[in-house]
Design a protein around this ligand. Structure first.
Ligand SMILES: NC(=O)C1=CN([C@@H]2O[C@H](COP(=O)(O)OP(=O)(O)OC[C@H]3O[C@@H](n4cnc5c(N)ncnc54)[C@H](OP(=O)(O)O)[C@@H]3O)[C@@H](O)[C@H]2O)C=CC1
Ligand SMILES: CCCCCCCCCCCCCCCC(=O)[C@@H](N)CO
Length: 321
């Protein structure tokens, strides 16, 4: 009895402490009848998100480059839900084009910054043009979209909670062979998001970062044609998901205002192991983080051990043939 309370008491005290200190405060972000604007919404994860947001009663706008793909997306959403989405053809690298699209679309309640390009290659072999391409679209493009959308988001009439979410990648939590440029672009999103959350909290705007594993999408199919063997082997540690499953995790994470949104079991471990100083709204998650971060560092070291073993073996095999 004494022993039990000696263990239970500190746990309860910690839970109580965390209940009072976690920031930002918990929030719920409604989707129904609100304007959800998705960049890269014409394919893969973005398109799956558009379908789900529309079916939950949101007014959806999509932005991407190819007008053809946008029209196909619009048609497929009309077929499945009977709803009409607005489409905007623009390249996120072109600030003026993005600003025009965002202004035409009208004030945004839920901004999903999802556009992304990935061309895996060893840095040594990759051209600077491809490196710049990934940084420009994934990182600078995200700045362009957020900067263009923010003024109208801040001025929105209903003062309901709003959201800015960024689709990163598990390669934005840990650097993986073949992803020097891609990982740099995705790690960058986290810094952007952490700082931005502090800047927009007083406007009742809530930032989320989603970290998917390999996901079955048209973009991923293309990536696989050029993916180095070692990238495949190491990224394989986290398995793969369907675009619909990732979109569901993303939307649930956005609606609950979670800052960090993992998508699968490995993702939950990664989120805790890389929690660092990121904001946490849930005192229960905060408790799990505090209680398990040490063990998960150990698990992470085992993953690195396994990855370096894989790299060593791969080189040994290559040298033999
Ligand atoms: N699939 C995967 O394995 C994973 C993907 N992710 C991330 O998820 C996001 C979506 O990926 P996924 O669904 O696979 O990608 P897809 O390649 O299937 O779709 C990408 C979307 O982004 C748009 N897009 C690309 N470049 C630009 C640009 N310069 N300006 C505007 N729109 C652009 C595309 O349309 P268009 O080409 O017409 O412009 C398309 O709508 C990306 O950020 C990616 O990094 C994260 C982890 C895993
Ligand atoms: C604490 C221990 C946790 C261990 C779990 C580790 C698993 C990490 C695997 C990383 C996989 C990266 C996939 C990137 C997918 C992607 O973004 C590309 N398909 C391009 O879009």
């Amino acid at each position: 009895m004494v022993l039990l309370s000696l263990i239970l008491l500190p746990i309860l005290l910690l839970l109580l402490l965390l209940y009072f200190i976690v920031r930002p405060r918990p929030v719920t972000i409604p989707i129904k009848n609100r304007h959800v604007f998705i960049t890269g919404g014409s394919s893969g994860i973005g398109l799956a998100l558009a379908h789900q947001a529309a079916s939950q009663g949101a007014r959806v706008s999509l932005l991407a480059r190819s007008l053809n793909k946008l029209q196909e997306a619009k048609e497929s959403i009309r077929r499945s839900s009977g709803l009409d989405v607005s489409i905007f053809s623009a390249d996120v690298r072109d600030y003026d084009a993005v600003q025009k699209a965002v202004n035409d679309a009208g004030p945004i309640d839920v901004l999903v910054v999802n556009q992304g390009v990935f061309v895996p290659q060893e840095l040594d072999k990759q051209g600077l043009d491809e490196i710049k391409f990934m940084i420009d679209v994934n990182l600078m493009g995200s700045f362009n979209v957020i900067k263009a959308a923010l003024p109208l988001m801040k001025e929105r009439k209903d003062r309901l909670p709003a959201s800015i979410s960024l689709i990163s990648s598990q390669a934005g939590q840990v650097g993986i062979y073949g992803y020097t440029a891609y990982s740099a672009s995705k790690f960058g999103l986290r810094g952007l998001a952490e700082a931005l959350q502090q800047e927009v909290i007083s406007d009742n705007i809530h930032v989320s970062v989603v970290y998917p594993p390999d996901t079955d999408t048209p973009g991923f199919e293309k990536e696989n044609e050029v993916r180095p063997e070692l990238t495949k082997l190491l990224a394989g540690s986290s398995g793969s998901m369907k675009a619909d499953e990732v979109a569901k995790k993303a939307l649930d994470g956005i609606k609950s205002g979670s800052f960090t949104v993992p998508c699968n079991f490995e993702g939950h471990m990664l989120a805790i192991a890389t929690a660092g100083l990121s904001p946490e709204r849930s005192f229960l998650m905060a408790f799990i983080e505090v209680a398990s971060v040490g063990v998960l560092r150990l698990v992470g070291l085992f993953f690195q051990w396994n990855w370096y073993q894989t790299i060593e073996n791969w080189h040994a095999k290559k040298n033999r043939t």
